[in-house]
Design a protein around this ligand. Structure first.
Ligand code: GLN
Length: 203
C-alpha cells in the first residue's frame, strides 16, 4: 500500500509562512496555505509562522479563522508556533505591547513577553540545546541553530508546560501536549527537525 502524503497547514495571513512551506517540502509534506476556515480540513499539523502578531491577530478575526483554529488546536491538532505564533497562542502577554495590542488565542499556558529581546537591530543567532526526547523525537547530537528576530520571551509557564530548548540558561521553546512553541525561527534554517518532531506528534 502506498503511504498517503501528509498535509500540514501553514497559517498564511502574514509573515514568513513561505519559509515554513519550504521546510515542509524537505520532509515530503504537502504544505497547505491557510487563509480561510475551509482550508483547515484534513491537516495532520499546523504551523503558526513568525511575523507581526498584531496584524495576524486582526486578520484572524477578519478571516473568520480565529474560532475554528482555536477549536482545532484545543482538540489536539499538533502545532508548531514560531516567534509571532507564540505570542498568538499565549494565555498572557506582558511587556511592551506597542500601541496596537494583540488578542491572543489563550491556548498556551504561559506568559509571553512580546518584545523582550528588543528591536530588529537586536536580532541574533545562537546555538541552542534541545531536549529532543521531550519532543517525542530521537536524541540528536547536533546543535540547533537558533535565529532570533524581535523575539518574544517565554517568561513564565504553568505546570503542564515543559521546557524543550535553551539558549544558555534561558528557555526558548516549550511543549504543552500537542503545542510546540519556539521564540526563534527554525523555518529560517535548513534544519527540519522541529517540523519533523511536530508532525510525528500526529502519529
Ligand atoms: N515581536 C514580534 C511581534 O510582536 C514578533 C517577531 C517575529 O515573529 N519575528 O509580532
Amino acid at each position: 500500500m502506498q503511504a498517503m502524503t501528509k498535509r500540514a497547514g501553514v497559517l498564511a495571513l502574514q509573515g514568513d509562512f513561505a519559509a515554513h512551506a519550504k521546510l515542509l517540502a524537505r520532509l515530503d509534506v504537502e504544505a497547505v496555505e491557510v487563509r480561510r476556515p475551509d482550508q483547515l480540513t484534513g491537516l495532520s499539523a499546523l504551523m503558526l509562522p513568525g511575523g507581526e502578531s498584531t496584524t495576524m491577530s486582526l486578520l484572524l478575526d477578519s478571516s473568520g479563522l480565529r474560532e475554528p483554529l482555536r477549536a482545532l488546536i484545543a482538540g489536539g491538532l499538533p502545532v508548531l508556533a514560531t516567534c509571532a505564533g507564540v505570542i498568538l497562542l499565549a494565555d498572557t502577554l506582558e511587556g511592551d505591547h506597542g500601541s496596537l495590542p494583540v488578542t491572543p488565542l489563550g491556548l498556551l499556558h504561559a506568559t509571553v513577553n512580546r518584545n523582550a529581546y528588543g528591536r530588529q537591530v537586536n536580532s541574533f543567532e545562537a546555538r541552542l540545546r534541545v531536549d529532543w526526547p521531550a519532543l517525542g523525537a530521537a536524541e540528536s547530537a547536533a546543535d540547533f541553530h537558533g535565529v532570533f528576530i524581535r523575539a518574544p520571551q517565554i517568561a513564565k509557564w504553568r505546570a503542564d508546560v515543559v521546557p524543550v530548548a535553551w539558549e544558555g540558561p534561558d528557555v526558548v521553546a516549550v511543549r504543552q501536549d500537542n503545542i510546540v512553541a519556539a521564540s526563534f525561527h527554525p523555518e529560517l534554517t535548513a534544519d527540519p527537525r522541529f517540523h519533523a518532531a511536530v508532525l510525528n506528534l500526529a502519529n
